[in-house]
Design a protein around this ligand. Structure first.
Ligand code: SF4
Length: 506
């Protein structure tokens, strides 16, 4: 059978994993429902809206150095690149790289192109991009319209590869292609693993020493020794530079050298991917597709161990990485020391937040880890809402079932259900995914972001900063209070009387 990785387009997650986007109950029920397949049957009688996976693929592509993006689409699909470019430029600067946003072009498909096909336009745009901008990588983003009309974008990419200097990488991410927006990560990695070299080139990245001898042997031993302590850590836009710094700090303390891929990497850096002892996930929702590929292709081992959020999850994450190097004792001692310091630092915040009720919403792994972390610090967890669920999240939800068996858990990316929950549960605090802050502010409820590329959320530094942010938010409610008094919500009062998840059906 042809592997996923050999196909021109990646499979949507809906067919690769056991997945669901509609559920209300508790963690145990969710794990069981995921296992026995009932989650697949669930849907809604009413949907407000859903997200476009192309946006998330763009979010990753825009960070890659010396690249250019060609969006094969009608003009509007590129709109999100304006804010994404600014964020990526900032992220590059924060990582010591030139803070420049990549140029981007659209094939600007018109009604006539939709009838007659857009392949010629795509070829001309790729050639123009190469000639005018001389990028190292051209990302060709294949959106809804060309996918619906049946443009063979892959064939155009294959033909232009020999005619242009840049490496041409196709990202097949039509917005309608998956119910689960996280499919976008697979689309990005599928393009990278098929369109770019992930191993060093002799005479470019290294100079082979002809003839052997002691100097060659010594150089080789030094290289192998360095490689045996090198760890690739896989990032994502929700994991900012401060999080990378924290992870690097902890791994360095164990004598390991951490490098971050694939965001904010260049074509040359990506050729070093195969040269590491271990690939480490910071969230399987982002990276399981590429980690499994690297294992299959290069026999490169990987670790998927949730997210390093809070004391318990960070310790587990560190131990799982450390055990691959025989460093379990060192990792346990490091976690002990770090916890001791961090507990002292967070004590004033914990005293002010104990007993506060919280609703947590966003990515499936992060909300699970955040919920148990905050519960351990004395918060009352009113509800956990995951944007989607798949079998990769099972360990986190099994842990939730054990530690917070009574906490309500929902799988929902629907804003009307979030609004209903906030209105009916009346939490002291909402921790929510980026993009929802405005809606929550209108309800007058204190809220902080679940993540931000501009902040720290991982490890011990992250925990300190999360709690500091919560305390600040709980004390500074004026803006939200005044906004909520002046804004009219688009809901009838009667809507809030029923069950928040009444539209979910089996
Ligand atoms: S859903 Fe399709 S048409 Fe809409 S922005 Fe995304 S790719 Fe473009």
């Amino acid at each position: 059978m042809m592997s996923y990785y050999e196909q021109s387009a990646p499979p949507p997650r809906d067919s690769r994993l056991k997945i669901g986007d509609s559920y209300a109950g508790n963690a145990r029920g969710l794990v069981d429902c995921g296992r026995d397949g009932c989650l697949l049957q669930k849907g809604r009688g009413f949907w407000q809206t859903n997200a476009c996976q192309m946006m998330l693929s763009l979010m990753m592509a825009v960070t890659v150095e010396n690249s250019l993006i060609v969006i094969h689409a009608p003009g509007g699909c590129g709109a999100m690149l304006h804010p994404l470019s600014a964020q990526a430029a900032k992220g590059k600067g924060r990582r010591g790289k030139t803070p420049a946003a990549p140029p981007w072009l659209s094939t600007n498909l018109t009604e006539a192109d939709v009838i007659g096909g857009g392949e010629r336009k795509l070829r001309e745009t790729i050639e123009y991009a190469d000639r005018e901008f001389r990028p190292e990588i051209i990302f060709v983003v294949v959106t809804c319209a060309p996918s619906i009309i049946g443009d063979d974008a892959e064939e155009v990419v294959r033909q232009t590869r020999s005619a242009v200097n840049a490496d041409v990488v196709s990202l097949h991410c039509p917005g309608f292609g998956s119910r689960v927006v996280a499919s976008a990560y697979d689309a990005f990695y599928h393009g990278i693993l098929r369109g770019l070299e992930l191993t060093p080139k002799p005479w470019v990245d290294s100079r082979p020493r002809p003839g052997g001898g002691p100097a060659t042997e010594l150089a080789e031993k030094k290289y192998q020794s360095r490689k045996s302590r090198t760890v690739n850590v896989w990032n994502a836009t929700s994991i900012g530079a401060d999080d990378e710094d924290e992870v690097k700090r902890l791994l360095s303390a164990l004598g390991l050298s951490a490098r971050f891929f694939a965001e904010y990497s260049s074509r040359d850096e990506l050729r070093q991917v195969s040269e590491a002892a271990l690939n480490v996930s910071m969230c399987n929702v982002h990276d399981d597709y590429i980690l499994k590929y690297l294992d299959e292709k290069f026999s490169a081992p990987y670790v998927i161990a949730g997210m390093p959020i809070g004391f318990r999850h960070t310790r587990q994450w560190l131990l799982r990485v450390a055990e691959r190097f025989g460093l379990e004792k060192e990792a346990a001692a490091l976690a002990d020391d770090e916890e001791k310091l961090a507990r002292k630092a967070i004590a004033p915040f914990v005293a002010q937040t104990r007993g506060k009720s919280v609703l947590i919403c966003g990515g499936v792994v992060r909300v699970g880890a955040e919920a148990t972390t905050l519960a351990e610090l004395g918060f009352k967890i009113l509800g956990i809402r995951a944007y989607h669920y798949d079998d990769g999240a099972e360990p986190i939800y099994a842990d939730l079932a054990e530690n917070l068996p009574d906490a309500p858990v929902a799988v929902s990316n629907q804003l009307f259900e979030l609004t209903h929950q906030i209105k009916s549960l009346k939490p002291d605090l909402v921790i929510s995914h980026n993009g929802t802050q405005g809606y929550i502010a209108k309800l007058g409820v204190p809220a902080i972001q679940l993540f931000s590329p501009d902040g720290a959320f991982f490890g011990y530094t992250g925990l300190y900063r999360i709690l500091r942010r919560i305390v600040f938010e709980l004390k500074n409610t004026s803006y939200r209070d005044r906004l909520s008094q002046r804004v009219r919500l688009p809901y009838r009062q009667s809507y809030f009387e029923g069950d928040a998840f009444k539209y979910i059906k089996n």
